[in-house]
Design a protein. Structure first.
Length: 657
C-alpha cells in the first residue's frame, strides 16, 4: 500500500517575511517556543488561485460556479452569469462589507455623541468646541449666537442623515468641490444614506438581480462614497470634537515601548471610545497604587493598529506596531493584557496569548473570540469595563511566570497632522490656509501629493513595499500623507522625523526644512483617510490647481492591503477622482471588460482610476507619471524647471514657519 503523503510544514525565515527587526526577533523566538503565527500559516496555505482572481461565485445553491481566469469568456455560471458580472458582484460585496465596517464604527461614535449631547453619557464630553463650530458651518449650520449644546444638537440631527437618510444627498457632500459633485450627480453616484446604499448593494448582488458590470459599479461607487464622505468622515470629525483634534506630537513607536518593570496593556482595534476610557483608567490613582503594590513601576499603556494610531496622533500614546506585528508582540511575554474591540483582530491572537499567559479581552458585543474573556464595554459606563481590564492586568503582572524578551527597538517620530494643522503649519497662525501648499505645488517645489495607506499582509514582506514606495516618492518631491498600518511602517523606518527631509528631493526638502516638518505626514487611523479627502477639497477650493479632485496632481496607494475596508477606501478615492494603486494582489482578471472599466473607463468618466503592481518602484513610477500628467494638464509642467527660489519666496516661507 502506498504510504500516506504527509504535508511538510514550510519553515519561514523571519528575515524574509518582514523588514521590522522587532517582529523578526519575535518570530525567531516564536519558532523556538513552538508558537505559530499568521506568517507561518500564510507560508503553508497556498492562496486559492480561482478565488484570488475572483473567478468564482457562490451567491446561490445552483453553484458554486468556477470560471476559468485563463480563458475568462469560455464559461458562464449555471445561471448564465459571465465573468464581468461575477467579478463586479464580488468586488461590490467587498466594498459593501468594508463600507459597513467603517460606517458601523462611525455610527457607534454617533451614538456616543448623541449620549454626550443629551447628557445621558457623562464619561465623555465635547472637548474641541472650535472644531464643533467649524464642522457645523461646513454643512451649512448657522452657529452665530448659539450655545455649544445647541450647535451640537443641530449637528447631531444633520449627521444622523449620513446613515439613515432615504432620499437626497448626505450632509458632507457640501464639502465636495462643486465640479466634482456635479460629475457624481451626472453618474448618479451621490450617496443618499449609508444604510440605504449598503442595503441596495447587497440586494443588487443577490442572485438574479444586477447583471451588468457598469451598473454594479455605479452602486458600489455610491456605496463607497457613503463611507469616505459619510461613515468614515463622521467618525473622524466627531472623534476630533469629543477627543481632540490632532496636532503634531513626538511619539515612540515599536516593540521597545513595552517596559519589563511595568504593567503592560495593549489596546488593539478601531474604536477610540474604548481606548480613551482605558487611558482614564490607567491614570486612576488607586489603580496606579495597586500596580505599585504588585511590584510594578507603573502602568504602561500602548496601542496597536488603528485605534492605536488614533491615540498616537491625539495623545502621543506609544504604539507597538501594525497589523502583522500583533501576534509577534505577544511573544515578548511582557504583555499583561490585550484588550480588543473590532476589526483586524486575528483569531490566532487568542492562542498566542494563551501560550504566553497574556490575558486577552474582547469588549464589543460585535466581536467575541473563543479563548478570550469578554468584558462588555458600554459608553454609559465605560470605566466599569476598562478598570476591570487594568485590575486583571495588574494581577497577571504579579503572577508573571514566562520569561520576558522585549526587542530593544524604539523609533521616535512626529505624528498628528490633521488637515486643520496642515493649514496652520504651512500658512502660519495669521494666514492659515492651503495657499502655501498650493503655491509650492504650482512652483514645482512639491511635485504633488500622495496618500500611502493601508494594511500589512503576510503574502508580502511586511513594511517593505510601504517603505520603498514612500522613499521613492519623497525622493521625487512628492509629499506623502499617511494613515493606518502604513504610517506605523514608515515611523518604524524612521521617516516621520523632520531630519528625514534629507531623503527628499531638493524641492520637497527645501519646503520641509523651512517649515520644520517631516516629508511624511501621519494623519491617524484608516477612518482618517477622510482627512485626505478634506485636504484634497481644500486644495481645489484654494485655487490654481483646477476645479475638481480629479484634476489635482495627487495619487493614492495601499501597497500591502488585505482587508475589505481597504477596497472600500480605494473605491471612494477612485470615485472622488484619485488614481489609486494597490499592491499585493488584485481580485480581478486582467483583460476582462470589468477590469478595463475600473482601470481605464472610470477616468474617462471624470473620476479617478485603479492601478495595480506589487513592485514598489513601479508603483512610484506609475504614481509620479500620473502626477506629471495632471501637472501638464494644469500647465504646470514648465514650473518644475525652475525650483530655485528667489529671496521674496524664501522670506515669505520663513515668515510662515
Ligand atoms: Ni485599516 Fe485598521 Fe491596519 Fe488595514 Fe486593519 S488595522 S482600518 S484595515 S490592517 S490598515
Ligand atoms: Fe452560479 Fe449564478 Fe448561482 Fe453565482 S448566482 S453561484 S454564477 S448560478
Amino acid at each position: 500500500m502506498e504510504a500516506k503523503k504527509t504535508d511538510t510544514v514550510k519553515l519561514i525565515n523571519p528575515s524574509d517575511v518582514t523588514i521590522c527587526e522587532a517582529t523578526a526577533q519575535m518570530l525567531r523566538k516564536a519558532q523556538r517556543d513552538g508558537v505559530e503565527t499568521a506568517f507561518d500559516r500564510a507560508a503553508n496555505m497556498k492562496a486559492c488561485p480561482i478565488g484570488a482572481d475572483s473567478a468564482c461565485c457562490k451567491h446561490c445553491a445552483m453553484g458554486p460556479c468556477r470560471l476559468n481566469a485563463k480563458d475568462p469568456y469560455a464559461k458562464v455560471g449555471v445561471c448564465g452569469a459571465d465573468i464581468d458580472t461575477i467579478q463586479a458582484r464580488n468586488f461590490a460585496r467587498m466594498v459593501a462589507s468594508g463600507s459597513a465596517a467603517h460606517t458601523d464604527h462611525g455610527m457607534g461614535i454617533l451614538d456616543l455623541f448623541r449620549g454626550v449631547v443629551n447628557g445621558t453619557i457623562t464619561d465623555y464630553k465635547i472637548k474641541d468646541t472650535i472644531k464643533l463650530e467649524n464642522v457645523a458651518k461646513s454643512i451649512g449650520i448657522e452657529t452665530e449666537g448659539k450655545s455649544t449644546t445647541e450647535i451640537a444638537k443641530e449637528l447631531y440631527t444633520e449627521l444622523e442623515k449620513t446613515y439613515t437618510q432615504l432620499e437626497g444627498e448626505i450632509p458632507f457632500t457640501k464639502r465636495v468641490p462643486p465640479k466634482t459633485l456635479e460629475n457624481w450627480r451626472k453618474h448618479n453616484i451621490v450617496p443618499r444614506g449609508a444604510m440605504r446604499e449598503i442595503m441596495e448593494m447587497m440586494h443588487r448582488t443577490h442572485m438574479g438581480v444586477d447583471q451588468q458590470y457598469e451598473n454594479i459599479t455605479q452602486q458600489f461607487s455610491r456605496t463607497a462614497l457613503s463611507d469616505g464622505w459619510g461613515g468614515s468622515m463622521v467618525a473622524t470629525e466627531l472623534e476630533d470634537i469629543m477627543f481632540g483634534t490632532p496636532s503634531p506630537v513626538c511619539v515612540e513607536v515599536n516593540m521597545g515601548v513595552l517596559k519589563e518593570n511595568q504593567v503592560n496593556i495593549i489596546i488593539h482595534g478601531h474604536e477610540p471610545s474604548l481606548f480613551e476610557s482605558v487611558l482614564e483608567s490607567v491614570r486612576e490613582p488607586t489603580l496606579i497604587q495597586a500596580a505599585k503594590d504588585a511590584g510594578a513601576a507603573g502602568i504602561n499603556l500602548v496601542g496597536m493598529c488603528c485605534s492605536g494610531a488614533e491615540m498616537l496622533v491625539r495623545h502621543g500614546i506609544p504604539h507597538a506596531g501594525n497589523f502583522m506585528s500583533t501576534e509577534a508582540v505577544l511573544v515578548t511575554g511582557a504583555v499583561d493584557a490585550l484588550g480588543v474591540d473590532v476589526q483586524c483582530i486575528k483569531q490566532g491572537l487568542a492562542k498566542v496569548a494563551a501560550c504566553y499567559g497574556t490575558l486577552m479581552f474582547t469588549t464589543n458585543s460585535r466581536c467575541k473570540i473563543e479563548g478570550a474573556v469578554h468584558i462588555p464595554f458600554h459608553d454609559h459606563d465605560a470605566k466599569a469595563c476598562t478598570d476591570e481590564i487594568v485590575i486583571r492586568a495588574i494581577t497577571r503582572f504579579k503572577n508573571r511566570t514566562c520569561p520576558i524578551e522585549i526587542p530593544k527597538i524604539v523609533n521616535t517620530g512626529v505624528h498628528g497632522f490633521s488637515h486643520e494643522y496642515i493649514t496652520y503649519m504651512l500658512g502660519g497662525s495669521f494666514r492659515g490656509s492651503y495657499t502655501p501648499l498650493n503655491d509650492n505645488i504650482i512652483n514645482g517645489r512639491i511635485r504633488g501629493v500622495a496618500g500611502v495607506v493601508g494594511c500589512t499582509n503576510p503574502r508580502v514582506k511586511q513594511d517593505w513595499v510601504h517603505v520603498e514606495l514612500v522613499k521613492e516618492l519623497i525622493k521625487n518631491d512628492v509629499l506623502v500623507l499617511q494613515t493606518g498600518c502604513s504610517q506605523i511602517a514608515l515611523a518604524k523606518a524612521g521617516l516621520t522625523v523632520p531630519e528625514a527631509a534629507v531623503m527628499a528631493g531638493p524641492g520637497l526638502r527645501e519646503v520641509c526644512e523651512t517649515v520644520g516638518m517631516p516629508p511624511v505626514l501621519g494623519l491617524g487611523a484608516c477612518v482618517d483617510n477622510s482627512r485626505i479627502l478634506v485636504a484634497a477639497s481644500q486644495m481645489v477650493k484654494e485655487g490654481g490647481l483646477g476645479d475638481t479632485i480629479a484634476g489635482l496632481p495627487v495619487a493614492g496607494a495601499a501597497p500591502e492591503w488585505m482587508s475589505e475596508k481597504a477596497i472600500a477606501i480605494g473605491q471612494y478615492f477612485v470615485a472622488s477622482g484619485v488614481f489609486t494603486v494597490f499592491g499585493a494582489t488584485f481580485p480581478i482578471v486582467e483583460g476582462t471588460r470589468f477590469h478595463k472599466h475600473l482601470f481605464e473607463e472610470l477616468e474617462e468618466m471624470g473620476m479617478g482610476k485603479w492601478g495595480f503592481t506589487a513592485d514598489p518602484y513601479e508603483m512610484a513610477r506609475m504614481m509620479i507619471a500620473h502626477i506629471d500628467k495632471k501637472r501638464k494638464a494644469l500647465g504646470l509642467d514648465k514650473s518644475r524647471e525652475r525650483v530655485l527660489m528667489d529671496m521674496a519666496d524664501r522670506r515669505a516661507m520663513e515668515a510662515a514657519a
